[in-house]
Design a protein around this ligand. Structure first.
Ligand SMILES: C[S@@+](CC[C@H](N)C(=O)[O-])C[C@H]1O[C@@H](n2cnc3c(N)ncnc32)[C@H](O)[C@@H]1O
Length: 249
């Protein structure tokens, strides 16, 4: 069951300042560095299609898999050419096609909190990649989570019709490498002043590099690199989002 239900209606508004263009260009450069052949992209957890829009605009084709029907409906409304968003679970899918690059951006893999889900997802991605195909994903990084600890955060954002206030409060489950992010979202209609309140919990798993290396090896990927997402800096306890690059053997 998706935890992006009501939330998805406000998703693009909440992340309107996120720089999807530079993120998509960053992953495209990474993919091209490690695979000369990169035309066909598979995007896991494609959300409302914001990264795919940038890639398709550059002439690439993207199949997007996304569990939330509402997110897929929003992605389809954007009418992005060469983008095919589909409702699917990234831990269990079968499309009769192989890809040069698999992407999973904005912590989607961190939503796979148990080992079986992770193994199923990595195995299935492996089956859908060509030899030397690249798998790029960003996840929460354990050293940063343990040292910095997630703080309570408040985000406020508006458009012409609504004011949205989102409070994020976290609970850490040390033995599972999981943090529950509990969102309370207030949506006030500017004209009527009526306020809706939504609650969603997003359990997020964080990873060490060795954990991903072990998983990669077990499934049949070479571990290519880990770096801070977007800056390409060396990972440290200050790196909340780490980008991992694997290549199918
Ligand atoms: C933080 S959002 C990122 C969306 C998009 N990649 C972006 O950058 O805007 C995480 C997304 O992962 C999706 N997701 C989480 N678990 C999933 C699963 N098992 N199968 C498919 N999608 C999943 C959620 O529905 C949500 O759209």
């Amino acid at each position: 069951m998706s935890n992006f239900n009501k939330y998805s209606r406000y998703y693009d508004l909440l992340y309107k300042d996120k720089n999807y263009t530079s993120e998509a260009e960053y992953v495209l450069n990474l993919a091209k560095n490690y695979n000369k052949e990169c035309n066909k992209f598979l995007e896991l957890g494609c959300g409302t299609g914001n990264h795919a829009a940038v890639l398709c605009n550059k002439g690439f084709s993207v199949v997007g898999l996304e569990r939330s029907e509402e997110m897929v409906a929003l992605a389809k409304q954007k009418n992005i050419s060469n983008f095919n968003p589909q409702v699917a679970d990234i831990t269990n899918f079968n499309i009769n096609e192989k890809f040069d690059v698999a992407l999973s951006l904005f912590h989607v893999i961190s939503y796979l909190t148990d080992n079986e889900q992770l193994i199923n997802c990595f195995n299935t991605v492996h089956q859908h990649l060509n030899i030397n195909g690249i798998f790029i994903f960003d996840v929460w990084y354990s050293p940063a989570v343990y040292i910095q600890k997630p703080e309570t955060r408040v985000k406020r954002i508006s458009d012409e019709q609504i004011d949205v206030t989102r409070i994020a409060e976290s609970t850490i489950h040390y033995n599972k490498n999981v943090v529950d992010v509990n969102y309370t979202i207030f949506i006030q209609d500017k004209a009527t002043k009526i306020t809706e309140v939504h609650h969603e919990t997003h359990p997020m798993r964080h990873f060490s590099i060795n954990e991903i290396k072990m998983l990669a090896d077990f499934i049949g990927f070479d571990f290519v690199k880990a770096e801070e997402f977007l800056t390409a800096n060396k990972t440290s306890e200050n790196t909340w989002g780490v980008c991992m690059v694997l290549r199918k053997k």
